[in-house]
Ligand binder design. Structure first.
Ligand SMILES: C[S@@+](CC[C@H](N)C(=O)[O-])C[C@H]1O[C@@H](n2cnc3c(N)ncnc32)[C@H](O)[C@@H]1O
Length: 594
């Protein structure tokens, strides 16, 4: 469902009429299906703030002769989006579309008009503006308004230094810091509202992306620390198995193509998604963020891929960020009131396990990173534990998949849980983010697997943030460091006036996600659940995901000696047994859909 469109449908008859049925009567009194909680809330807030929106539009017209809604046919949608942009909990429009673009052209003058009314308007207007921004907690109950906004520097297009200098001049040095967790991530003051107007955002040179969503590609590319196994003369291929809208894909492409030795050819990320609509979004993002062939989008079901596919001959590593419950996403009201039922979780975790086992079954693959933006053990540690157990049963000859602590995330403090089947040591290899316990990110989970034949490298990894910070004279981010800038704007002040979201969906992509896509959260639910899910886009970007019927991965054909052939026959038998188990699981997974 598309929340903005649904809201505009409900709002339209209420905008024109003075004497007609009210919102509740329209919403719940007719023959139509009752609106979702999110749609009802959106319309009721828009109606409550309508007089403020009209005053803003009036002032803009008076001052600049611009009629913001003039070219917008669906006026109700215009009001909904204006409410979201100026007065809603996130002060931004999630998702993309033509109406958003028409409105965003005037964002600056609209905000100026609102500020003027907040300072000089009549008492009723001031009261409306104030009360609309008072509650800074979102539907999950987590206070996010003090979180920094995370900006990933897209090193395929711009250097960190250029991005920092540009940020300092666009939004002011006081608002800019480098996050200490990873290289090339800026933490921007939450008081900054106009990131989408920044040239570097528009050109894709930097990406607004939640820090948590940057962990997966970082783990895969930097798991072995600064020993970059992918910096070989020949191209290495990475697979992003569930890639759309492409935040992690483009991040990975940037990571594995930076600081390459001069004789090195580019590395490539093959990006799969089984949703036709979503792969189109990914293609758009790739052309902006990672042009030049370093990403190859493919509309394919990962579960139906085979390891001997010609696309995968140079494949070494897989990033797997499959559909999940999204229970870690706290800065999106889409989550409001949604319950993860046991059936839904079971279906999701079955699919996640299948996908992870499939990734681990590619004989040429040596590294796998598996992540979700879920808080549930069932989708995280339990999947990892079952996958390890299952995959290693079928392997022989000293080969074993093992969990490793990604070196690039060595200093990350929140670790995984030692659920059944995992030791404390293994749990310590896993990374989690928990906004309910104070982390300033969405909830997230990352695991990193390595084929044990790969030599251990005990090098201690240290990222470059400290040296970048001193070279560029930009501070390193410390939790709460922007609080003094928020006096009177959020929970730091007496009244909670700002509830800027960290805007990270695209990851919460770009699609959260964001520039356009970044805002239409890519996550994820099984097909039947998807109907219930809220999409904050003007145009529905539905998934065409069909029931996954995975085909069995086949080992690649190779020439071999008699001994090797015998060994291979044994391996094949083992693999067949494993695949039979997989198939059985899959049959049990049944309706496990996106
Ligand atoms: C959580 S989203 C991925 C978000 C993405 N990694 C990012 O950071 O932008 C999961 C994606 O997996 C896709 N998907 C689900 N099942 C799939 C399958 N069997 N094969 C390929 N893609 C699949 C969904 O369409 C969805 O786009």
């Amino acid at each position: 469902m598309n929340t903005y469109r649904e809201s505009s449908k409900l709002l339209a008859p209420l905008l024109g009429k003075k004497n007609g049925p009210g919102l509740k009567a329209l919403a719940f009194g007719g023959k139509n299906k009752a609106p979702t909680k999110a749609v009802f809330a959106c319309v009721s807030h828009t109606l409550r703030c309508r007089s403020v929106i009209d005053s803003v539009l009036g002032r803009v017209k008076g001052e600049t002769q611009v009629d913001v809604l003039k070219d917008i046919r669906d006026r109700a949608l215009g009001y909904v989006l204006l409410y979201e942009l100026l007065l809603g909990p996130y002060k931004s429009i999630r998702g993309g579309g033509g109406v958003k673009r028409s409105i965003m052209k005037y964002e600056k003058i609209l905000r100026e008009a609102l500020s003027h009314l907040a300072a000089h308007g009549d008492a009723a207007t001031k009261n409306h503006i104030e009360t609309s921004t008072e509650d800074t907690s979102n539907s999950s109950g987590v206070q996010t308004s003090h979180w920094p906004k995370y900006v990933r520097v897209n090193t395929l297009k711009v250097s960190l230094e250029t991005a920092v200098t540009s940020a300092q001049s666009f939004i002011g040095s006081d608002n800019v810091s480098l996050h200490t967790a990873l290289d090339n991530i800026m933490a921007i003051s939450p008081t900054v509202n106009n990131l989408y107007e920044w040239d570097l955002v528009k050109s894709g040179s930097v990406v607004i992306q939640d820090l948590s969503s940057c962990l997966t590609a970082a783990a895969l590319a930097g798991g072995e620390g600064s020993t970059h196994w992918w910096d070989t003369p020949k191209m290495n291929v990475f697979l992003d198995a569930c890639a759309a809208p492409g935040n992690k894909t483009t991040h990975l492409a940037a990571l594995v193509n930076q600081n390459l030795s001069s004789s090195k050819s580019s590395n490539k990320v093959v990006a799969l998604d089984r949703s036709g609509d979503r792969i189109k979004i990914l293609q758009k993002r790739v052309s902006l963020l990672a042009p030049g062939g370093v990403v190859e989008p493919l509309h394919l079901d990962f579960l139906k891929t085979e390891s001997n596919d010609s696309n995968f001959s140079k494949l070494k590593a897989i990033l797997l960020d499959p559909s999940c419950s999204g229970s870690g996403i706290v800065n999106s009201p889409d989550r409001g009131g949604e319950e993860d039922t046991p059936e839904r979780l079971k279906s999701l975790s079955n699919f996640q396990l299948l996908a992870l086992l499939h990734a681990l079954s590619f004989p040429q693959v040596e590294y796998v990173a598996y992540s979700t933006c879920s808080m549930n053990n069932e989708e995280n540690e339990a999947v990892v534990s079952k996958a390890l157990q299952e995959v290693n049963e079928g392997l022989e000859g000293g080969e074993v998949w093992e969990l490793r602590r990604p070196k690039v995330l060595d200093t990350w403090t929140r670790r995984g849980k030692a659920v059944e089947g995992l030791t404390e040591e293994q749990a310590n290899c896993l990374c989690r983010c928990n906004p309910f316990e104070g982390d300033e990110t969405n909830g997230f989970f990352v695991s990193y697997f390595v084929r044990a034949k790969v030599d251990r490298n005990e090098e201690k990894y240290a990222n470059s943030v400290a040296s970048n910070s001193s070279a560029l004279k930009v501070p390193m981010y410390k939790a709460g460091m922007f609080k003094h800038l928020m006096k009177g704007k959020g929970e730091g002040g007496k009244k909670n006036k700002s509830r800027e979201s960290s805007d990270q969906s695209f990851d919460n992509g770009g699609t959260k996600r964001k520039a356009e896509e970044s805002t239409s959260e890519p996550h994820k639910s099984p097909k039947k659940e998807q109907k219930k899910k809220t999409k904050w886009t003007e145009t529905s970007e539905t998934s065409d995901i069909s029931d996954s019927k995975s085909s069995v991965p086949k080992p690649p054909a190779t020439k071999m000696s008699k001994k090797a052939a015998k060994k291979n026959a044994y391996k094949t038998k083992q693999r067949e047994q494993k695949l039979a188990r997989l198939k059985k699981k899959k049959a049990e997974a049944g309706g496990a859909k996106n």
